[in-house]
Design a protein around this ligand. Sequence first.
Ligand code: NAP
Ligand code: GLV
Ligand code: GLV
Length: 324
Amino acid sequence: MMNSRPLVLCTHSIPETGLNILKKSMDIKILDETISIKSQLQELLPTADFLIPLLSVDITEDLMDLAPSLRGIANYAVGYNNIDINSAKKRNILVTNTPDVLTNATADLVWGLILTVTRRIVEGDTICRDNKFPGWLPKYLLGFEITGKTLGIIGLGRIGTAVAKRAYGFDMRVLYHSRTRKHSIEAEYNLVFKENLKDVLKEADIISINVPYTSETHHLISEREFEIMKPSAYLINTARGKVINEKVLINALKNKVIAGAALDVFYDEPSIPTELRELKNVVLTPHIGSATTQARNAMAKMVADNILAIERGDQPPNLIPELK
Ligand code: NAP
Ligand code: GLV
Ligand code: GLV
């Protein structure tokens, strides 16, 4: 008998909450992460109906060319810069992402990074582990106090808004620059809109990058932008590495053009430049913005629900805006 169950390719294993939903009516093939994902995709895409990639896997036109029966790509991430959207559109392949369920987890990490870099928590932790705590001293390991300071948000979407909302507890003035002005969010959280990016950069003590990575946001933060920032400013990036010119950032940190940075994302993941790893005024986390059990389970369920909707012939709930 012919197998009529659709085939779902998963480039990596995702939480069972999603897989269990799909298993009821579909066959799932999880690729082997110890060998080339691309070559496995080349081999298996010809018979696949659905694909669940991680953000680290580029889904290019040449891969889609191998997949005549592919109907949906359900990215296990909210950002979908890894997928060639125009090519998907031409082939009527629907693309979905995982918005909202990871917003709080990511905004929480932004705040964790803000406090960690300004209060030198990692430096302090290292001192304690090395058993080098000299005892309480008045001028020891002094940091930057964020209460009452100015926060600048670049990209006031779901995560940017959640970051802004959390600033209330720190009595901060909040400025933002975004593609579209958001009057109601502005009024609700007392935010100040700046039409020009540079007007946020020149005033903010803490700058949080929350835009998606697109051709427009490539190197959004480069030489000119660092020159505008205050020498006391801290830059936080949880968006995508390529939004910042990483080489210029390293120089800015070395030369104290800005005070520090905290980064969850990198230019060429998973590699992180040695020069960046050697700097003391930077805090680094390994792309863990959405890494809570709650968020990752909800993302897995969302991916499955989107695939089931496409299979039924419905518009999937999280179809990306470009395909609506
Ligand atoms: P979102 O709701 O789409 O928010 C993005 C915001 O950026 C939108 O308000 C958008 O404007 C604005 N924007 C887009 N292009 C812009 C430009 N050229 N200049 C200024 N503003 C621009 O997305 P989100 O859910 O908040 O997620 C944001 C990004 O965070 C994702 O794309 C992903 O790359 C990253 N992320 C990282 C992690 C992590 O683990 N570190 C976790 C989750 C997400 P409009 O309002 O006009 O659309
Ligand atoms: C994580 O970076 C995401 O885009 O979900
Ligand atoms: C610090 O521990 C203080 O008591 O001020």
